[in-house]
Ligand binder design. Structure first.
Ligand SMILES: [Fe+2]
Ligand SMILES: [Fe+2]
Length: 284
């Protein structure tokens, strides 16, 4: 199958639509949490930002869908918009169910340039989701919440995996359609550099509420975790989720490749006893 071909478009759109899951967040079986688990959930500092990001993503992706001329791609992007809005509903349901305190959220403001906003969001999702997969795996293994909580959020991460696989294929398809394939690599690099810059900004400012917060921070659960183990779980979880997709489709490669390089570098370092604390994150 040639990238950028009609067959490529059909496969990427069809696989997205076929793997859409029906569920209503309000009907999900949120479990009873004991006092310790409840306190842990309340101590996570980014629920407000997580809710805002999903609300903004839903509105922006839906608005972008309205501008898309190709009816098949339009339907898929509208479906992604629906799923992002549903993520916001899921977080709102969790907030209500466990009485998490939150101020009234500001209205969503749509970006003026909608297609660049969708593209930037797509690259940031690739970055955030990769770390989200790993941190979710670590938190699940450490049993920081009852299994039912992980069972509720696991399909959300699969949805994010679908979004990023759709995104990298859509981006390539668009580039091929616009006949600028030679710029594809450069453009991709530029967008990833921007997404990384946002995350690094958040790290250096100690900001757990801004862009890239899923990778940078949040709540320490006192799980002993070496950088090597962290990278290895991220790569493992990413590979596990990506294995569900048709191998003919492109998958996000840039961040996993960087992490493999980082892993090799860490293996060459003298063994240290350093541990890093781990964070729990939200889905992008
Ligand atoms: Fe989302
Ligand atoms: Fe998403």
């Amino acid at each position: 199958m040639k990238l950028g071909s009609e067959a490529h478009k059909q496969l990427l759109c069809q696989s997205f639509i076929e793997t859409h899951q029906e569920y209503e967040p309000e009907h999900l079986p949120f479990p009873h949490l004991n006092d310790e688990e409840l306190a842990r959930l309340h101590s996570i500092p980014f629920w407000a930002k997580a809710l805002d990001i999903e609300r903004e993503a839903g509105a922006m992706v839906n608005a972008f869908a309205q501008t898309v001329k190709d009816p098949v791609i339009k339907d898929v992007i509208a479906l992604q918009g629906y799923e992002e809005t549903r993520h916001a509903r899921l977080i709102q349901t969790l907030i209500n169910r466990y009485n998490i305190e939150m101020s009234v959220r500001p209205p969503v403001i749509l970006p003026q340039k909608i297609e660049p906003a969708f593209t930037t969001f797509g690259f940031e999702e690739c970055l955030d989701s990769f770390f989200a997969f790993g941190l979710f795996g670590i938190a699940k293994e450490a049993k920081v919440f009852p299994e039912q909580i992980f069972a509720i959020f696991d399909p959300i991460l699969d949805e994010e995996a679908r979004h990023i696989v759709f995104f990298v294929n859509w981006f390539t398809y668009q580039q091929q359609q616009n006949k600028v394939p030679s710029l594809r690599g450069l453009k991709t690099l530029w967008y990833y550099a921007r997404a990384l810059k946002n995350i690094m900004g958040a790290v250096t400012e100690g900001d757990t509420s801004g862009n890239g917060f899923t990778a940078t921070g949040a709540v320490t659960f006192n799980i002993d975790l070496t950088p090597e183990k962290f990278l290895s779980v991220c790569l493992q979880e990413n590979a596990r989720r990506m294995a569900k997709f048709d191998p003919q489709l492109l998958q996000p490669q840039f961040i996993p490749t960087l992490c493999k390089i980082a892993q090799k570098i860490l293996q060459l370092q003298p063994k240290r006893s350093t541990v890093i604390s781990t964070s729990v994150l939200n889905t992008p």
